[in-house]
Design a protein around this ligand. Structure first.
Ligand code: ZN
Length: 133
């Protein structure tokens, strides 16, 4: 699968407006991008921590994935994303090794990345994202 690094950690928040100042203070750096991802019904805000990013996720629709997550579990870590060379290949490889997938093929994520999720049932409870450029 050739995972090179943790690309980002996704954190579900009720409000970007209230979460961004906290992370700007904690990390000592400014949020460098805010982007809506229509496909996932979320608004995202990004911070850089070394080579890894923090992705804050605010729901734009209570029936979207983050809306449902917030309702069920409340705010907190939503997923961990690993960088791979090629998402479709990595997903196929994961499936071949018996890991249950959420996405059979990659879809469009924030920052122009191709992303695909592995199912938490197969990953010890951690929603796991694979992403590539
Ligand atoms: Zn993500």
């Amino acid at each position: 699968m050739n995972i090179s690094k943790i690309e980002h950690i996704g954190i579900a928040v009720e409000s970007l407006e209230s979460a961004i100042p906290y992370y700007e203070t904690l990390l000592g750096s400014k949020c460098y991008a805010i982007e809506e991802v229509a496909d996932q019904k979320v608004k995202t805000a990004f911070f850089l921590v070394g080579e890894t990013k923090i992705e804050l996720l605010e729901s734009m629709d209570p029936n979207g994935p983050i809306g449902k997550f917030l309702e069920k579990k409340g705010q907190g870590v939503h997923h961990i994303a690993f960088a791979v060379d090629q998402v479709d290949e990595a997903l196929a490889e994961a499936e071949a090794s018996g890991i249950q997938l959420v996405d059979k093929i990659g879809r469009n994520g924030a920052e122009g990345l191709k992303i695909g999720f592995l199912h938490p049932k197969s990953t010890f409870g951690v929603l796991t994202e694979l992403c590539s450029k």
